[in-house]
Design a protein around this ligand. Structure first.
Ligand code: 5GP
Ligand code: ZN
Length: 113
């Protein structure tokens, strides 16, 4: 996916502030943070969205969630955080490469508005 922004970040063609990396997963700070801690966790492999996941991605999802827990620990989010995966047009997804937003150090309400 040559024109995919997050694939280009994975390849290092576009710089990012990395906070976690392993063989399969990358996490970096959102360029327009919506909370004091705003990290995006992505698979290095291009997957368009949650809706495009398949049964073959089960193990990868485990690695993504392990990375999410690692980032939450590193960033001191023991009071909790909001985890968001905007999916498709109605979900407000702007970058078509699966990503989970970790939003922390901000207290969110119980409603989604
Ligand atoms: P979405 O709206 O697709 O769920 O989230 C995409 C996120 O990517 C947005 O929060 C946006 O600020 C972030 N973003 C867009 N371009 C870049 C970039 O070049 N670098 C980084 N670090 N984040 C980006
Ligand atoms: Zn991609």
């Amino acid at each position: 996916m040559e024109d995919c922004l997050f694939c280009r970040i994975v390849k290092g063609e576009i710089p990012s502030a990395k906070v976690y990396e392993d063989e399969f997963v990358l996490a970096f700070r959102d360029i327009a943070p919506a909370a004091p801690v705003h990290v995006l966790v992505i698979p290095k492999k291009h997957i368009e969205s949650v809706a495009a996941l398949t049964d073959d991605d089960t193990e990868l999802l485990g690695k993504i969630f392990a990375a999410i827990r690692a980032v939450a620990g590193q960033e001191g989010l023991e009071n909790g955080f909001r985890l968001v995966a905007n999916t498709g047009k109605d979900g407000g997804q702007s970058v078509k490469h699966l990503h989970f937003h970790i939003l922390g150090k901000k207290t969110f309400g119980e409603n989604f508005g």
